[in-house]
Design a protein around this ligand. Structure first.
Ligand code: NI
Ligand code: MN
Length: 225
């Protein structure tokens, strides 16, 4: 399985010809590695309703016919936008696809869409290509990250480190310790001035105080698991 960082909190997962996108915010993303119309997609998974996560979901899904998964209120907004292949779990729910599965887990944040749909933010546990990926979403540090890490053997955790809108790089070290993933890929930093972060300091802090390996990806870079 291959993970490509698309910039901000957007990732592309690929395995055996299947492409899964998470939070595909490309249009208006100053760090976008590609434009939305270049991406293939079999499924698009969305952590919460903020514009920098919903991003180009509707346009990509309309062009590709990809299945879309988001928490029920955001999913209903997608249906109202004309999408038909929409999955609408709530926190704790797992949706099984032909390629794997996606589960919504709690995240401490807010989640009103640009169109005004009030909803609850989430993280995503994705089983795909024999690996378990945990996209933590835009969360603050909270204790149940440890519970989630105990419940699921996480291969790669995608963790925000930019602060201001999410946990900062210091809290993210504790998050990495609690989750206990084999590898950590930092995200949600350096996109906008309020979320500039020292990613190499984060890497050193995690690798000096946890068993996790940190993989720093520049937008566009890939990591094979
Ligand atoms: Ni957000
Ligand atoms: Mn965000």
């Amino acid at each position: 399985m291959e993970i490509r960082f698309l910039g901000h909190a957007a990732f592309e997962l690929t395995h055996e010809g299947v492409t899964v996108l998470i939070d595909p915010f490309l249009t208006g993303n100053p760090k976008a590695a590609v434009s939305a119309d270049e991406l293939a997609a079999d499924a698009i998974l969305v952590t919460h309703g903020h514009g920098d996560h919903v991003g180009d979901t509707v346009a990509i899904a309309k062009r590709t016919g990809a299945a879309v998964l988001a928490i029920v209120e955001v999913a209903e907004e997608f249906r109202n936008e004309g999408l038909e292949n929409v999955h609408d779990p709530n926190l704790g729910g797992t949706v099984v696809f032909g390629w794997g599965s996606a589960k919504l887990v709690p995240a401490w944040h807010t989640s009103t869409t640009p169109k005004g749909t009030v909803s609850t933010p989430a993280g995503l546990i994705v089983e795909f290509g024999g690996s378990t990926i945990y996209h933590v979403g835009d969360t603050a540090l909270f204790g149940d990250l440890e519970l989630i890490g105990r419940r699921h053997a996480i291969d790669v955790a995608l963790i925000p480190i930019g602060g201001h809108y999410t946990m900062d790089r210091h809290d993210a070290v504790e998050a990495a310790r609690m989750i206990g993933a084999r590898q950590v890929i930092p995200c949600h930093y350096d996109t906008f001035p309020p979320i500039v972060a020292d990613v190499q300091a984060f890497r050193a802090d995690v690798e000096n105080s946890t068993a996790s390996e940190v993989i720093v990806l520049a937008p566009g870079e890939r990591h094979a698991i």
